[in-house]
Design a protein around this ligand. Structure first.
Ligand SMILES: [Zn+2]
Ligand SMILES: [Zn+2]
Length: 268
């Protein structure tokens, strides 16, 4: 049976996005959920969007409702606020939150690598793991040596690789040139990124390719609906994925009737 991994990015502490994620997780019951960075919103910056913003502690409380294993990849908005989130998480769970930060996890039959993020204050989240400012060749070779081809299946990186249709060229959210080099060098099956919230939505393009690698950014609307992707994979077949657009105000019953296929674009 295929492993199913739900991936969302750029929740930015928005209540409507957290609510939609929790509802979606309860409906589709994935094997794991990965938050691809900017699930918090670094204080001192103006909040994005107009709807309610959760506190950092409330984010940890909301995520406690999720039954599936949760893994966290850093974005530029995980800063010193990580300490508050981590403390709140640990007060609710018996263990610390699981980070993928220049590190590898096997989720069912799918190997996953979470990349660090180069932007912002990285040290709190990194807790001694690789920093985004360290060239990937320093740390990725160890994952490759330990896990072989499993380290070249699903990569999650907050910043997009540069030079694709799913981020805006020449803008602060264009992405990371090293990540493009890493993709060209190692050709993973699938890369999921975020950081540029608007370009995929405004262009209506959420998938591009670098060589044989599919690269996804489903975008994000700060006031909803939630944009997410569901990745499905068995040990031998190539990973499949679909885009999900979920309105938290619609009833769970409506979603169940739609089987989560309405508003979804499946790509083999
Ligand atoms: Zn963001
Ligand atoms: Zn970002």
């Amino acid at each position: 049976m295929a492993t199913r991994i739900l991936i969302v990015t750029d929740l930015h502490q928005r209540a409507v996005l957290y609510d939609a994620l929790i509802k979606l997780a309860g409906e589709i019951k994935p094997d794991a959920i990965i938050l691809g960075g900017d699930f918090l919103h670094h204080t001192g910056l103006l909040p994005y969007g107009h709807t309610q913003q959760l506190t950092t502690t409330q984010c940890a409380v909301e995520l406690h409702a999720i039954e599936a294993p949760l893994m966290l990849v850093r974005g530029n908005h995980e800063d010193e606020n990580w300490f508050e989130f981590r403390d709140a998480w640990k007060s609710l769970h018996t263990s610390a939150p699981v980070r993928l930060n220049g590190s590898f996890a096997m989720i069912g039959s799918v190997g996953v690598v979470g990349f660090p993020c180069f932007m912002g204050y990285q040290q709190p989240f990194s807790e001694g793991q690789p920093l985004g400012g360290e060239h990937y060749q320093y740390w990725f070779k160890h994952l490759l040596a330990d896990h072989g081809d499993d380290a070249k299946r699903l990569w999650i990186m907050h910043e997009p690789p540069t030079g694709t249709q799913i981020s805006e060229e020449g803008s602060p959210v264009e992405g990371n040139a090293w990540w493009r080099d890493a993709i060209e060098e190692h050709q993973p099956e699938l890369v999921v990124c975020g950081h540029d919230h608007t370009t995929p939505i405004s262009r209506g393009v959420w998938k591009d390719q670098i060589g044989a690698t599919n690269v996804l950014n489903v975008g994000q609307n700060m006031d909803g609906p939630l944009h997410a992707t569901l990745v499905m994979g068995a040990a031998s077949d190539r990973l499949q994925f679909e885009k999900l657009v979920v309105d938290s105000t619609a009833s769970a019953k409506t979603h169940a009737a739609h089987g989560w296929q309405i508003g979804a674009e499946a790509v083999p």
